[in-house]
Design a protein around this ligand. Sequence first.
Ligand SMILES: NC(=O)C1=CN([C@@H]2O[C@H](COP(=O)(O)OP(=O)(O)OC[C@H]3O[C@@H](n4cnc5c(N)ncnc54)[C@H](O)[C@@H]3O)[C@@H](O)[C@H]2O)[C@H](O)CC1
Ligand SMILES: [K+]
Length: 499
Amino acid sequence: MKPVVTAGEMKELDRNTIESAVVPGMVLMERAALKTVEAMEKYLCNKDRVLVVCGNGNNGGDGMAIARLLHLKGIKVGIYLAGQEEKLTDQARQQLQIAKYYQVPLEHNLQPDEYTIIVDALFGVGLSRPVEGRYAEIIHMLNQSGAFRVAVDIPSGINGDTGQEMGIGFQADLTVTFAFCKRGLCFYPGRMYAGELIVADIGIYADQDREPSMAYLEKGDLSMLPSRIPWGNKGTFGKVLLVAGSRGMCGASCLSSAAALRASAGMVKVQTVEENRIPLQTQLPEVMVTCEFNEKSNQEMLDWCDVLVIGPGLGMSGESRERVQWFLSHAAWCGKPVILDADGLNLLAMHEEWKKYLGGQVILTPHLGEMSRLTGKSIGEIRENLAETASLYAEETHTVCVLKDACTVVASEKGKKYLNMSGNAGMATAGSGDVLSGVLAGVLCMFLAAEKKPAYGQMAALGVLIHGLAGDMAAENVGERGMTARDIIRFLPEVLKMQ
Ligand SMILES: NC(=O)C1=CN([C@@H]2O[C@H](COP(=O)(O)OP(=O)(O)OC[C@H]3O[C@@H](n4cnc5c(N)ncnc54)[C@H](O)[C@@H]3O)[C@@H](O)[C@H]2O)[C@H](O)CC1
Ligand SMILES: [K+]
């Protein structure tokens, strides 16, 4: 698990290291330069010609140090100062002095096409307004060149907090960011501008009590998943009750059930309507189907299950409304974990009074449209503030909120947030959300079966990671264009096998 920071948090950590830990800024700059050159090694050969384009700030200072290190390694390199020397920060000025001492060539004309590698050291976390004028022209020229492009800390022009392009963004093939990943490198389009992303440790650490509030999980975090006890039986590995499906809507129940089984649940029972019984049982013989809906059988189902998934393919009928209300309220009373998805969320949006049934063991999985209905905010406003919107709603409802987008945010009521770095555009396909609801149920089952219960936010973040990794495997095998939700299900076991 890796922390993710805002530009402001990064500057604070930077300042804290320099002032409290008394690590000179120049030392941090040298380390930043060394790590960047190290990351460039595998792309470098002595025939390369490198151009380092420097701004006035410390991002530019990093660039000058990088140029000097490359020069001393015998690489042909030149520095192009995009700003004015008199406006350089102290550290950038010192770095320029050092570069001049070692006779690093200064280029006065910008001719990107003469170089095979271009290093963008214009702006980093100090970007404070849209890029215009001469700087915009420079970035445009650099993007036009056929050179291999390296960004220092953040691709210039990309907002370090939101990932939005401010005027024009440098299109990097490789970004070496220092100390911690910035939020703007996780959200789109920032993530696309970054290219290959390397987070370089340069000796800046967060104090325990100032841990950044956001993190992302990596493949290695699958090691958190508990192993299956050898003596278990199908009941041991988690029983999922899926309240799903309605007249003419059976597909979502199939996808969610199949995903739960593929994500390690031991048993799945679907509470649905009579006309879905045959199609479900035909497509998924492993799944039990019941069409009962009465006090006695509902209570038996609730007592039987470990986790509920409520919502896929439910529709908005009065009958569906009753099913959601009964299971949501009774699950709350007995503290059973619930994943509330799709029309379960749309019905919640219409029944404010159901919020009393929500709590820490409830995971909401809205996409932007469902979130708009739940919060009354516009989709545009939500997309601009994904993390804050998810966090606010999680706090308001005391739940875990999985706000689904290209970069899904998982927010828990205690303010912890996770960004998902797995997945791809091929997953924007019908049923992908139904699959996620099943995967989340499967992951909860894993932990419940092992009698471990990390925070629901962390379990949900693991489920989102697994869903995305399966989607990445599907894209590698069948391509993004042609993949379907069932391809994601197909690769779930491969992902879990990796752990
Ligand atoms: N975080 C770390 O551990 C380290 C960071 N380092 C590097 O320092 C930069 C941040 O440097 P800073 O001086 O704060 O700002 P920038 O260099 O990012 O910004 C340059 C300068 O540009 C001006 N500016 C901002 N926006 C615009 C604009 N749109 N048009 C024109 N000019 C603009 C602004 O006034 C800034 O002064 C960080 O990213 C790292 O690369 C340390 O060197 C190593 C440790
Ligand atoms: K940069």
